[in-house]
Design a protein around this ligand. Structure first.
Ligand code: C5P
Length: 401
């Protein structure tokens, strides 16, 4: 379940491109996220993928014609257009983009587009030369001018066998843009939130680093959730493995010092800083510029302490910390809350099953500066992120009053 999608009416327009098969995956991801997905297909799209494929996934009627006696559109041709919280056209062919840009209404999809007041997102898919074509580019510019958001296309291998720009954006990327659009005007609209993620890497020499087991998943989930709640988000990430979440600003860093500099800059005028990153407490006093060699005996390293970013950063109204502990969870978390002067701390016992580094779930307790303790059950990192942000938002509102 993805909170921002829950119960939302998503109209998914599918047009005649080989990328139709990826739209089945998108319909599935939207449905699994909790959205009610009404698929509208152009006639050519039905040559690539049967309407049954979409209906089987969405458990809802699929519209293929303006004159389909089973379709709600035959009763009231603007029914889907009225109901939509968002219209997503993926894949969007050059032909459909042209019709949309000119206001043509000769099939169920473009008629829905013309009649809807909902935000519209298109994911173009076509051959590279078609995408570069001046008339097609003009149509896309006109659509953008009309407020339509355009995701992609990506570059890569195309169905024609050529390589170039024209591949439909990946379903998970389109999904993220849908989340961002649906989240606009949400409870954090107008807020600027800075989130840190991942484990920093402190070089010892050009090959070795001191690091930790943090995956960055919790921090990335927090950034996505804040975006889904309408905030403008800067994610300062030290994660080496996770992709940049779409529709937010990301700054990639490696060391604690780089993270501090990026956070200090991002925190100017920010409403909140959430430090989910596992920052290395120490770094090598001097990293060797050449690879260290075996000596046949023990090796001593001199480490110096890194600055405590959370305790010293100036700017954000609310500061939220994380405490990953292996014992005396609440006591240790509370002493960090107090010593760093935080508004809130999220404590998690990394020895618990389904909790901590690398997992997709987490079991945490939220402690606030005024002594509240919220013990939460095991839940997905995205759900926990929403709980943390709801709590943070209450503190922010109280402090800004
Ligand atoms: O002191 P400790 O590292 O246990 O505190 C954890 C919290 O402090 C986390 O939110 C972490 O991101 C933050 N932290 C920091 N700078 C450091 C060390 C930790 O901001 N150098």
């Amino acid at each position: 379940m993805i909170p921002v999608l829950k119960g939302k009416n998503v109209v998914l327009g599918v047009t005649g491109s080989i990328a139709c098969y990826k739209a089945v995956d998108l319909a599935s991801k939207l449905t699994q996220g909790g959205a009610l997905v009404d698929v509208v297909m152009s006639e050519d799209a039905t040559r690539f993928v049967a309407p049954l494929a979409f209906g089987s996934i969405t458990h809802r009627a699929v519209t293929t014609s303006l004159f389909d006696p089973d379709s709600e559109l035959s009763v009231e041709h603007v029914a889907l257009a009225d109901r939509a919280d968002i219209l997503v056209v993926a894949p969007a062919t050059a032909n459909t983009l042209a019709k949309m840009s000119l206001g043509l209404t000769d099939n169920a999809l473009v008629a829905t587009y013309a009649a809807t007041a909902a935000p519209v997102l298109v994911a173009p898919a076509m051959d590279g030369h078609m995408w570069e074509n001046a008339a097609i580019q003009e149509n896309v510019s006109r659509l953008k001018h009309h407020g339509v958001r355009v995701v992609g296309p990506d570059s890569g291998y195309l169905a024609s066998g050529k390589v170039g720009a024209g591949r439909m954006a990946a379903p998970e990327v389109i999904l993220d843009y849908v989340r961002a659009v649906l989240g606009q005007g949400g409870p954090l609209a107008g807020s600027r939130i800075v989130v840190s993620a991942g484990g920093t890497r402190e070089p010892l020499d050009p090959v070795r680093v001191i690091t930790n087991r943090s995956s960055g998943k919790m921090g990335h989930a927090l950034a996505e959730a804040a975006r889904d709640m309408g905030a403008s988000v800067t994610l300062v990430s030290a994660s080496e493995t996770l992709d940049a979440p779409p529709a937010l600003e990301i700054v990639r860093v490696e060391t604690a010092i780089e993270m501090r500099d990026a956070i200090e800059e991002a925190c100017q005028g920010a409403d909140a800083l959430i430090m989910a990153a596992a920052v290395s407490d120490y770094r090598a006093a001097e990293a060797s510029s050449h690879k260290l060699k075996k000596t046949g005996g023990p090796l001593s390293l001199t480490l110096v302490q890194n600055p405590d970013i959370l305790a010293s950063v100036e700017g954000p109204t609310v500061r939220v910390g994380f405490a990953a502990e292996s014992r005396d969870l609440l006591e240790n978390a509370n002493s960090k809350l107090v010593s760093k002067g935080l508004d809130m701390i999220v404590a998690n016992d990394i020895t618990e099953l389904g909790s901590g580094f690398g997992a997709d779930t987490n079991k945490a307790a939220i402690l606030t500066a005024d002594g509240e303790i919220h013990q939460l059950p095991v839940m997905s990192k995205l759900e926990l992120a929403h709980r943390v942000l709801e709590q943070m938002s209450n503190i922010l509102i109280a402090k800004e009053e």
